[in-house]
Design a binder for this molecule. Structure first.
Ligand code: 5GP
Ligand code: ZN
Length: 111
């Protein structure tokens, strides 16, 4: 069965899209942790960073730069939660792009 993000890729679950190409999709997080909170995913399903081929990671980095341009943010934070105890809830590889264009992002203690 498809995961939530595979369903978003297929359009079976609606999302607020930022940018897409044949391989990658960027859409707004449903429960934002910052004024700009975008999720960037490969359309193909990989469980997380650990199981994503390096070539895909390389390509997604270029796509992320396009996403940042698209939403006109210069300063931003990229996060990927790799595994349950690292905070991963959706097991389809994704990178969080977080930004606070009119202020600063906190750098909280995580434990
Ligand atoms: P994780 O904890 O796996 O790193 O991040 C999963 C993220 O997906 C969370 O920030 C959560 O708010 C977001 N999310 C979960 N379900 C949906 C959904 O159906 N639509 C969108 N746009 N975001 C979702
Ligand atoms: Zn998936």
């Amino acid at each position: 069965m498809d995961c939530i993000f595979c369903k978003i890729v297929k359009g079976e679950i609606p999302s607020k899209k930022v940018l897409e190409n044949e391989k990658f999709l960027a859409f707004y997080d449903i429960n934002p942790s910052a004024p700009v909170h975008i999720l960037i995913i490969p359309k193909e399903h990989y469980e997380n960073f650990s199981t994503t081929p390096s070539e895909i990671f390389c390509e997604i980095s270029e796509f992320i730069k396009e996403v940042a341009k698209e939403v006109k943010v210069k300063d931003y934070r990229l996060i990927t939660n790799n595994g349950k105890s690292a905070g991963q809830e959706i097991f389809h590889f994704h990178i969080h792009l977080l930004s606070n264009p009119n202020g600063k992002l906190k750098w909280p203690k995580l434990v």
